[in-house]
Design a protein around this ligand. Sequence first.
Ligand SMILES: *Cc1c(COP(=O)(O)O)cnc(C)c1O
Length: 235
Amino acid sequence: MTSNDLQVRYHAVCQAIETACRAAQRPIDSVRLLAVSKTKPAEDIARLADLGVREFGENYLQEALDKQAELRDRDLIWHFIGHIQSNKTREIAQNFDWVHTVDRRKIVQRLNDARAHCATPLNVLIQVNVDDAPTKSGVAPTDLTGLVEEVMNSPHLQLRGLMSIPDPVSEEALIASHQLLASLLATLKHRFPQAMLDTLSMGMTQDLAPAIAAGSTCVRIGTALFGQRTPRSER
Ligand SMILES: *Cc1c(COP(=O)(O)O)cnc(C)c1O
């Protein structure tokens, strides 16, 4: 993608965030943009960084590590947003600032152990299976509290909030899923008032506006910024 194309797309995304914030009567700076750069070259990340984007989300560990190495002179914040395999926890804990997809105890323990040697705790979001789909990742809402306590009791992890990837089955179902995640975070904040639970990671290219309406504080945008992705298997 050319610098000019990226600039046009970036400004359109900023505009969409601003419009959604205004419609929801929320301050524009209450929503941060996470640029999802999976499958895209380091060059595109560098171009967006030149425009002022600091936070990037990656799904595949080795691909992310390669790009981080290429971009190591830049001051970027890296978020891991892919499914976490337990044999990848060490490298994830040591090479990312945030992890959005924590969904089971074993992963919590392994990330905590691996982060012990780093100066700062790893920022953690718990992924919730908001559609209650048996095949999907994410903790069931009924099991959330136990996992929250596990993260809170991990000295090298800092629980920051919740994340979801709702199924876009219908507009109504999407809104209900967003509202469910927002209400789960509200309940946690009430129950743990001393915790730093400031992040609701929901909203992608297709559902940015309804996610912001429901209270998202972090939208994860790939396609609208970088264009369509080629399926992994075809690369
Ligand atoms: C790929 C991905 C995104 C970005 O999706 P787009 O529809 O391209 O904006 C956001 N979140 C997660 C977890 C993803 O895997």
